[in-house]
Ligand binder design. Structure first.
Ligand SMILES: O=C(O)CCC(=O)C(=O)O
Length: 357
């Protein structure tokens, strides 16, 4: 997520950039006669569909040209690899629907909780219980005594707090006060960081920032899923995770994740929610990337040489035809789950877990 981005006209000319443009979502501007924007039809015929690969493998044991089944003794799920991208592993349907729901809930309830930082922390300071505030239609307003101070565990005291909607009039009358509804904050949530905190401005892990360990259940899942990419006898040590939240027209530009010490260790990357396209390039932006679908419950591993490959997410699909999240949505049909349903029907979440040292 945080790797070096090439800039300006130069990027337009690279093979990676051209692939991004090919898959990106383009919407026409609404006109007087046509209020609804028209979405471009993208040719998806070159996109590798690992669900179809899995289904055909289960039928007849075969795999398409360039893809092979990776044998990992004791690992229960089928794993597929690309012949020309060593160190890249695709585990389709790695999570059950119940597990996907669990991790979606965690991503929206616990992962953005302080001391974990989010993209909102730099603007508003620590924000607690965002999802509860969304459910209760609260708004975030400047705290009365909002001078920055430290509370327990070296954490910043909240500068903004959630308030009842009824206070809105009072807040709006106050010139210096920024107020924003919890639902807008949730929609604009782009990332949260777990475990060792990544400092986006310095592009490094800042071990001095307060943090909790990666939650134990996420740690166990990452260790279990990392096995195919680990040398025998070694165990993956999850120390940090970045949770990316994608709204309908968000994309993640081509980048490298190069801030961890040992690139032989995998990044364990979990997809949840709407289907997306993932581009896996080569060591240069000039290398033509391969494209593949990422569905809710898929897990990919990038280790060794694959860690040196540019990658990104140019598109998520929210339309009924392509999003493929109806099974997931049916799990959130209860009244209490309304905000999960509203969120995930047009969003994607990616949790990527790293060993830093
Ligand atoms: O969203 C994804 O599947 C990829 C995320 C990623 O590449 C990153 O966070 O570095």
């Amino acid at each position: 997520m945080y790797g070096v981005e090439a800039s300006g006209a130069e990027t337009e000319r690279t093979a990676f950039r051209r692939a991004e443009k090919r898959y990106k979502l383009y919407k026409s501007q609404p006109t007087r006669s046509r209020k609804q924007p028209v979405v471009n039809r993208t040719d998806l015929s070159d996109v590798i569909d690992f669900l179809a690969v899995l289904e055909s493998f289960e039928r007849d044991g075969g795999t398409p040209e360039g893809i092979y089944r990776f044998e990992c003794p004791g690992f229960a799920l089928p794993i597929f690899c690309l012949k020309d991208r060593p160190g890249f592993y695709f585990i389709p349907c790695a999570l059950t629907i119940e597990e996907q729901c669990y991790w979606i809930r965690q991503s929206l309830i616990s992962f953005p909780q302080p001391p974990n930082r989010t993209n909102h922390t730099a603007i508003y300071g620590p924000i607690s219980y965002l999802l509860t505030a969304v459910q209760n239609k609260k708004i975030l307003v400047e705290a009365e005594n909002s001078n920055v101070s430290l509370v327990d565990n070296n954490m910043l005291a909240p500068r903004y707090i959630f308030s009842e909607t009824s206070l809105d009039a009072h807040v709006e009358g106050h010139d210096s006060c920024k107020s924003v509804s919890a639902s807008v904050l949730l929609r604009k949530l782009r990332w949260s960081t777990l475990g060792l905190q990544f400092d986006w401005s310095k592009r490094n892990y800042d071990v001095s920032l307060p943090h909790n360990k990666i939650p134990n259940d996420l740690c166990l899942l990452a260790k279990k899923m990392a096995v195919p990419a680990m040398s025998s006898g070694e165990e993956f040590q999850p120390e940090a995770a970045i949770v990316n939240y994608f709204g309908p027209s968000d994309m993640l530009g081509g980048h490298l994740d190069d801030m961890e010490a040992d690139w032989s260790k995998p990044i364990v990357s979990i997809s949840l929610g709407c289907k997306a396209i993932f581009l896996l390039g080569g060591k240069s932006r000039e290398d033509m990337p391969v494209s593949m679908f990422l569905r809710s419950g898929d897990i990919i591993l990038m280790a060794g040489q694959a860690r040196e490959c540019f990658h990104g997410v140019p598109r998520i699909f929210i339309d009924d035809e392509h999003a493929e999240n109806s099974d997931l949505l049916s799990q959130f049909s209860g009244e209490d789950d309304r905000c999960f349903m509203d969120y995930i029907k047009s969003s994607r979440i990616n949790i990527n877990i790293r060993q830093v040292n």
